[in-house]
Write a protein that binds this ligand. Structure first.
Ligand code: SF4
Ligand code: SF4
Length: 440
């Protein structure tokens, strides 16, 4: 019998939100406190709170098993305090398990950011350049936990994911979608509202990105947001080139709002976007301490989409500089933080106000949640759906595959994850990047 970590590896489980870090690696350290992230802090997303209600029993069983097998001392499930119905529901199931607690989270953004969440629940500040496991703390999101349940109790690998489709669509909802389903197929099937030109955001409105109908659903896809192309959020997300950025940075008033509201800065991390804006606008690029401030940025979008009233893009600059550092192999080094800012409570971003600021109020409504898989006859499954190395194809063109079968294996010894067929059918194409399957 395989141990629990091997089973999680076999199922190809990666973080079902965020960057898709392989879960078997996350759970391999010495964990004393496990936090289940049910914050779902980005506006409009409606996956985890529904899963917590529908699958409460399954989630508790899985937690109990993980705690037993990995000697985890305590689990805390973080749920926003505005979802009292979900909190009460989960608490009723958690009663049987004395080491599982429910923690009501404030309704602020980004309370689901791993470091912000850990501080909220445990009081521990994971410093810039450190990892939660150094404090024996680990965070998993709710859908990832459900994927572990599926493997341990149902022998089911990761083949589908829950995606909230919202905005200018006729049938908004949260759908259970085979991985590799095309974004265009989903949007067409659910019907675009009115005849205006649309753009699609994949992921949440704060950390997602613009995509096209040719893109596909991956293991960590949480949402598709369809908006008219002239929506202010779309305009802010459009790519801008470096010359344009430098020009608009010249209009930066150095008001500091981007820094003062940055969630990592408020925790005492050295992250100061206003300094980077100033340095870049003035061509002062030899000041390494200013550039290194970008290494602590987690791309949450607060500075760009909420704090700055000049519609400037400090986040884009931070991310651009961070990518340059990454290309050169520079990672954030562990460094001391200052204390948590004393006025942090007043500077946090209330989720309701964020929705208004993003111009998304009219879409911020509960949508139906479907647990039956969306019927799909063709999938194009990427081999890179996780942090680390792409999986290696195990199938060839013309081969028949069944749903749930492993079609690409993780690279041995590397950070990688297996990939499984999300529908049964015949393999129609294989490349270094993806495997296509057509239903027979
Ligand atoms: S909030 Fe905008 S204007 Fe103010 S310092 Fe930051 S980038 Fe400049
Ligand atoms: S995106 Fe902006 S607010 Fe968010 S962590 Fe980066 S610098 Fe801070």
């Amino acid at each position: 019998m395989e141990n629990i970590i091997e089973q999680i590896f076999d199922a190809g489980i990666v973080g079902a939100g965020g960057a898709g870090f392989p879960t078997h690696v996350k759970l391999s350290g010495e964990i004393k406190t496990l936090i289940i992230n049910n914050a779902e802090c980005e506006p409009l997303l409606q996956v985890d709170k529904n899963l917590a209600k529908i699958y409460a029993d399954q989630l508790m069983k899985t937690l109990h098993r993980l705690m037993e097998e990995l000697s985890i001392e305590k689990t805390v499930i973080g749920i926003k305090n505005k979802y009292m119905d979900v909190i009460e529901h989960i608490e009723a199931y958690a009663k049987k398990y004395p080491k599982i607690e429910v923690y009501p989270l404030p309704n602020v953004y980004p309370i689901g950011d791993e470091v912000v969440l850990i501080e909220e629940v445990t009081g521990i500040v994971v410093k810039k350049g450190e990892l939660p496991i150094q404090y024996h703390v680990m965070v998993l999101n709710t859908e990832t936990l459900l994927n572990i349940y599926n493997k341990l109790f149902e022998e089911k690998n990761v083949t589908h994911t829950y995606v909230t489709v919202i905005g200018e669509v006729d049938a908004p909802g949260t759908y259970y979608v085979p991985i590799g389903t095309s974004v265009g197929y989903m949007v067409d099937t659910l019907g675009k509202r009115n005849n205006a030109n649309h753009k699609i955001i994949i992921g949440g409105p704060m950390t997602g990105s613009l995509t096209t109908i040719r893109d596909v659903v991956r293991k960590n896809t949480k949402a598709l947001i369809v908006l008219e192309e002239n929506h202010s959020l779309i305009r802010q997300m459009e790519d801008v080139n470096i010359n344009h950025l430098t020009r608009i940075m010249a209009s930066c008033s150095q008001c500091r709002a981007c820094t003062d509201m940055c969630p990592r800065h408020l925790l005492g991390h050295n992250v100061e976007p206003h300094k980077l804006m100033n340095a870049m606008a003035n061509g002062v690029l030899d000041h390494s301490s200013v550039l290194e401030t970008a290494l602590g940025c987690v791309d949450c979008g607060v500075c760009e989409l909420y704090a700055c009233h000049h519609e400037l893009s400090p986040r884009k600059m931070m991310v651009m500089v961070k990518k340059e550092f990454a290309k050169n192999g520079v990672r954030p080094s562990a460094e001391d933080c200052t204390d948590i800012h004393s006025d942090r409570d007043y500077r946090r971003v209330p989720s309701g106000r964020l929705v208004m600021r993003l111009g998304l109020k009219k879409y911020d409504v509960a949508v139906p949640f479907y647990t039956e898989p969306m019927p799909v006859s063709y999938v194009k499954i990427p081999l890179q759906q996780h942090i680390g190395q792409a999986a290696k194809a195990l199938v060839t063109v013309g081969q028949e595959v069944q749903e749930n079968m492993c079609i690409a294996e993780a690279i041995e010894g590397g950070l990688s994850a297996h990939i499984h067929a999300s529908i049964g059918g015949r393999v129609s194409e294989v490349s270094d990047e993806y495997i296509c399957i057509e239903r027979l």
